[in-house]
Ligand binder design. Structure first.
Ligand SMILES: C[S@@+](CC[C@H](N)C(=O)[O-])C[C@H]1O[C@@H](n2cnc3c(N)ncnc32)[C@H](O)[C@@H]1O
Ligand code: SF4
Length: 447
């Protein structure tokens, strides 16, 4: 086999280096940032996010910790190789903050890292915390996209899910958004609310479309354990849930109606007018995913080959930052195989997955690792290969999480993701709803 001895001193591998790739060595990585503001004016009954009522919270302490966390990234040069093409202030409800507080954080980020001048900067707002003045302050500071939590325009439905605003408040918020000149705004709509009729859903969708929103996120109501809504359900304080068949029919109505009005379903739950797909989704989810850093409690990140998440509890987060360390509570370094699986798992949520870009990134054909899954999904009609990408079918869209989970590997298989959400009920609420559900709990006057 070896006819002559090879004396080359092998120090470089692979051997296929090329001059034209040299400038890519320090190419900035495409990235998105997220800032979590865990406060709301009032807590909605259906909400399972880690949030606190702003009036009762130590907001200045949280903001000081948030700024310190951001500065730590900057001082340690951790994001020196990242170019941020978008940022998202979410929560909770960032619009509960005084505009000066929120904009100071935005300025700190822009002053500390490379944020492109045309970066998409989104702020989540809701009707009870957003005002015309705030809209103008955001616009002047460079916020160029508003994400508005409408949930429903119908007071009857808002009452059932325990959302404190009413339909007329939605109209006021829309006036503020338009008056400040925001042309790019998204609405969050919840459907599948107990006792909601198809006509009510169609009416909500028609009103959402009529606002001129460029983007609509439609979420099927999830009744989350340990929320006030779940306890009200147990206490029969809300109508019975819709059946699975009714909910499935509503999924189709959402796609049909929004499709008829020029919104393309570019991701599960996400509909956009052409050109208004969220950049944040594009970077964080669409394959190949970019890097993603989350600041604040319960924020998660994908940076430097690791996924990690900060403490969900606000005080645990603040304690960790104030002690001079990282507020990270859970982390995992991805193996290359896990990165490849993540490419499909998250990419699928946005309904198309590029084969070519997988090969460019990883240097091998995805079929070599995922061949049986890819074929199984094709044979089941969940997706089809169209040119260089796989496109999820209408049937696959119904089973999108099953499809994503088919790509889980190793220790992730069969596991649920780490719960970011913590119950937000007061002890008093828990007792009140438990009592109404017929449980034997101490009366209100008991110690
Ligand atoms: C962080 S909130 C948005 C901003 C703001 N806090 C608000 O509520 O208007 C994100 C969105 O998730 C959706 N959401 C929250 N809890 C949900 C649940 N239990 N089921 C379905 N969608 C939910 C709502 O549409 C909500 O607007
Ligand atoms: S749905 Fe939004 S406003 Fe309501 S409690 Fe949750 S985060 Fe706050």
């Amino acid at each position: 086999m070896f006819t002559s001895k090879d004396n080359e001193f092998i120090a470089w591998y692979p051997t296929c280096v090329r001059a034209e790739e040299a400038e890519a060595v320090w190419q900035r990585r495409r990235a998105a940032f997220y800032v979590h503001i865990p406060f709301c004016t009032a807590i909605c009954d259906y909400c399972g996010f880690a949030v606190e009522r702003a009036a009762e919270a130590a907001v200045p302490r949280y903001l000081a910790a948030l700024e310190r966390e951001i500065r730590r990234y900057a001082e340690l040069g951790r994001l020196g190789n990242h170019r941020f093409e978008c940022g998202h202030f979410g929560g909770g409800t960032p619009s509960v903050l005084a505009p000066a507080d929120m904009l100071r954080i935005l300025d700190l980020i822009r002053g500390s890292f490379e944020v492109t001048t045309d970066a998409e900067i989104t702020v989540e707002v809701n009707p009870i915390s957003f005002t015309p003045d705030k809209a103008i302050a955001y616009r002047d500071a460079g916020v160029n996209r508003i994400s508005f939590g409408v949930q429903s325009f119908e007071d009857r439905l808002l009452r059932i899910i325990g959302r404190p605003h009413r339909g007329r408040d939605v109209d006021d918020t829309l006036v503020a958004i338009h008056a400040a000149g925001f042309t790019n705004f998204s609405l969050d709509v919840i459907y599948g609310i107990p006792s909601q009729t198809e006509d009510e859903l169609r009416a909500d969708l028609a009103r959402a479309v009529a606002t001129g929103a460029t983007h609509i996120s439609c979420f099927r109501l999830e009744i989350i354990p340990f929320t006030a809504l779940k306890l009200r359900e147990a206490a029969r304080d809300i109508p019975a849930r819709l059946t699975i068949e009714q909910l499935d029919a509503m999924d189709l109505i959402v796609s049909e109606v929004l499709g008829q009005h020029g919104y393309r379903e570019y991701g599960a739950f996400n509909f956009a007018k052409p050109g208004f797909e969220s950049v944040h989704n594009e970077i964080a989810f669409v394959a190949p995913q970019g890097e993603y850093v989350g600041f604040g409690n319960s924020a998660y990140s994908f940076i430097n080959g690791h996924v990690y998440t900060n403490h969900a509890a606000v005080d645990a987060y603040e304690d960790a930052v104030e002690a001079g360390g990282d507020p990270i509570v859970l982390a995992h370094r991805l193996s290359l195989h896990e990165e490849m699986s993540r490419y499909f798992v998250l990419g699928l949520k946005f309904l198309r997955v590029s084969r070519t870009r997988f090969i460019e990134r990883y240097g091998l054909e995805p079929e070599l690792l995922f061949g049986p899954v890819i074929r199984e999904l094709e044979e089941a009609g969940m997706w089809t290969r169209v040119g260089e990408e796989w496109k999820v079918s209408a049937r696959g869209r119904q089973y999108i999480n099953n499809m994503a989970k088919a790509f889980y590997i190793g220790d992730s298989r069969g596991r649920r993701q780490f719960a970011q959400f913590v119950p937000n009920l007061t002890p008093d609420q828990i007792l009140r709803y438990a009592r109404r559900a017929g449980h034997d709990v101490p009366s209100e006057s008991s110690p």
